[in-house]
Design a protein around this ligand. Sequence first.
Ligand code: UDP
Length: 196
Amino acid sequence: ENKINIMDVPVDYITMEQAVSRVMSFFETTGCHSVYTPNPEIIMAAQKDKALMKALHHASLIVPDGIGVVLASRLLKGPSLPERVAGYDLVQNLFARMASTDYTVYFLGGAPGVTEEAAIAMSNKYKGLKIVGTDHGYFKEADEEAVIKRIQEAKPDLLLVGLGAPKQEKWIEKYRKILPAKACIGVGGSFDVMAG
Ligand code: UDP
């Protein structure tokens, strides 16, 4: 595996196309593979946040969301990262591939109403995309069990978690062992963009 350590965060040396294929390959495996798309701010935050760094170290795939991460890799010895792989674009490319398959996706995160709007917009944009559930990201701790139960019942292949960083990374790390999804991606504010 080809990874470049940027301030102790192992970023995958991978192009967008390869990243899409890698996530698709997770759908054929067991266990939940976590995928994160850190920008420089998150890499900096991880220096002081042990739980965040642990989540990043347990990831199956880390791609550079910001051009700043790609530029940082150029300052280090050895090969630099081939290109920026933005989380939003990665997800759009995944949807395009998934639309012609039976693989399913679940949206978790964003403000109440926004998540559903994002799901409607994406089902219209990617005909055949199978969105098997949505939940907003402002649930109380007491409701968390119910949220997890809904995801477990929906059994998505892909779970998108848009709770903002570093909350989403820690959430995925905490629950990935009991989540049925084959891949979980921390998507930040992507649902807001999808909803338009
Ligand atoms: N969010 C959420 N639950 C929270 C806090 C935030 O679902 O408790 C959502 C928020 O609605 C937004 C996203 O998380 O959709 C955070 O977006 P932002 O662009 O601030 O995060 P970043 O992309 O910088 O991680």
